[in-house]
Design a protein around this ligand. Structure first.
Ligand code: 6PG
Length: 475
């Protein structure tokens, strides 16, 4: 074989990744697609890439040097299993199959186990950065064995984005670890997007600024603490006018948010791990709420506040929103990293949170300067119990908390929904609370189900004889 790496699945993400691979020194790329026209089209459009085409899996395997390395770029799901089966027919022990799709991590764990039994290595690799990232440099989150990383590492490093001189790829951990981390990346992406959307809504409805004016506010914010790809593209989107109507584009886009499922997976997984990712959950639910037009129409007549009190001192309000956005963002990332910690513990993955923060600095959708602060926090304290308790974040939260409260109050007064802002603030107040009403919940549980409780003043487990004389017994 003459190619050192192959790509199966030549839709946009696959062909862009193949072109990225081909553009890097030392790579020769074999390409295969189920329908051959796509392969032909890619070869015709990109003769410079020097692709090695294959029209059957046998031919594809024959074109690859050993150990063979194939990256599958098909829509996550049954198609992935079908391609794996085909590759297993023609691959040999020691070869490497990489799934670069947005697979659900339990599927990756299952596939890795099954493929490993044949002697072939299986690597589930999260790839972030959309179509452009695939072409110019994504952030890559590979799982799998150390053995496969030895071969795959240099190839992935050659195509990944570079942040501060370092490639945005690291060996995340065994089997499903890479796809798990990519899933949490997407959950954080949902939270980041929702927080930005709430900030926009609050400023627009709270101060009457136009989308174009708010675009300038976001552009300005992008020069400070909030600097990030998502803030940058938000300004671009808000600046855009609709050619047909002349209206701001954001006013002609139907306000029903789609979702392909990765946010929901993040929340479902967090629920089973017992990790409160409330910001990510609210962001996911906000998309669901938006997507029920019949319910929204039925609820449209429900009353709002008597006298919606809009912000009066608008400059101050806008700065408050900026501070509230930053504080809520810290909570969302802290919750996301908490889920990574819990997932790693559950699956015995040795995930380095600081390394994850570093590979998210470039290439991916949530890329931001901010990720440097997270990497610093874990470098200073690798066993940090909660990201937001690191000094930099504690300081930012104390600087922002008064503004954050004012914004949540203003939102409630004006009847503007701010689910991610307010749930993040509640999380903040919950996690820092000296005492929580969980004590009362324990009392209720003991009352109706004899679920027992512990005491603050002595060890042991207790139950009250609620249906008897109400004395306490140790159980
Ligand atoms: C990325 C993105 C990418 C994607 C998802 C999310 O990291 O490059 O997260 O994976 O756009 O499909 O899409 P939804 O918003 O449709 O769930």
């Amino acid at each position: 074989g003459t190619a050192n790496v192959g790509v199966v699945g030549l839709a946009v993400m696959g062909s862009n990744l193949a072109r990225n691979l081909a553009s890097r020194e030392g790579n020769t790329v074999a390409v295969f697609n189920r329908t051959e026209e796509k392969t032909r089209a890619l070869l015709d459009e990109h003769p410079e890439a020097g692709f090695v085409p294959a029209s059957t899996y046998e031919e594809f395997a024959a074109r690859l040097s050993k150990p063979r390395t194939a990256i599958i770029m098909v829509k996550a799901g049954a198609g992935t299993d079908a391609v794996i089966d085909e590759l297993l027919r023609v691959f040999e022990p020691g070869d490497i199959i990489v799934d670069g799709g947005n697979a659900y991590f339990p599927d990756t764990i299952r596939r890795e186990k099954a493929v490993r039994e044949t002697g072939v290595n299986f690597v589930g690799a999260g790839i972030s950065g959309g179509e452009e990232g695939a072409l110019t440099g994504p952030s890559i989150m590979p799982g799998g064995s150390d053995e496969s990383w030895a071969t795959l590492g240099p190839i992935l490093k050659s195509i990944a984005a570079v942040a501060e001189g370092e490639p945005c790829v690291t060996h995340v951990g065994r089997d499903g670890a890479g796809h798990f981390v990519k899933m949490v990346h997407n959950g954080i992406e949902y939270a980041d997007m929702q927080l930005i959307a709430e900030a926009y809504d609050l400023i627009r409805r709270g101060t009457g600024r136009s989308p174009a004016e708010i675009a300038e506010i976001f552009a300005e914010w992008n020069t400070g603490d909030l600097e990030s790809y998502l803030i940058e593209i938000t300004a671009e989107v808000l600046r855009q006018a609709d050619a047909e109507t002349g209206k701001p584009l954001v006013d002609v886009i139907l306000d029903q948010a789609g979702a392909k499922g990765t946010g929901a997976w993040t929340v479902q997984t967090a629920l089973s791990l017992g990790v409160p990712v409330s910001g990510i959950a609210e962001a996911t639910f906000a998309r669901s709420l938006s997507s029920h037009p019949e319910q929204r129409a039925a609820a449209a007549d429900l009353p709002g506040p008597q006298e919606p009190s809009l912000a009066t001192e608008t400059e101050g309000f806008i700065e408050d929103v900026r501070l509230a956005l930053f504080a809520s963002k810290i909570v969302a990332y802290s919750q996301g990293f908490d889920e990574i910690r819990a997932g790693a513990a559950e699956h015995a993955w040795n995930i380095d949170p600081g390394a994850i923060a570093k590979i998210w600095r470039g290439g991916c959708i949530i890329r931001a300067q901010f990720l440097n602060r997270i990497a610093d926090a874990y470098a200073a304290e690798p066993d940090l119990p909660l990201l937001m308790t690191a000094p930099y974040f504690t300081e930012a939260l104390s600087r922002g908390q008064a503004a954050w409260r004012r914004v949540v109050v203003a939102a409630a007064r004006a009847g503007i929904p701010a689910p991610a802002f307010s749930s993040s603030l509640s999380y903040y107040d919950g996690i820092r609370a000296d005492r929580l009403p969980a004590a009362l919940v324990q009392g209720q549980r003991d009352y109706f189900g004899a679920h027992t409780y512990k005491r603050v003043d002595k060890p042991g487990t207790f139950h009250r004889l609620w249906s008897g004389d109400r004395t306490e017994v140790e159980v």
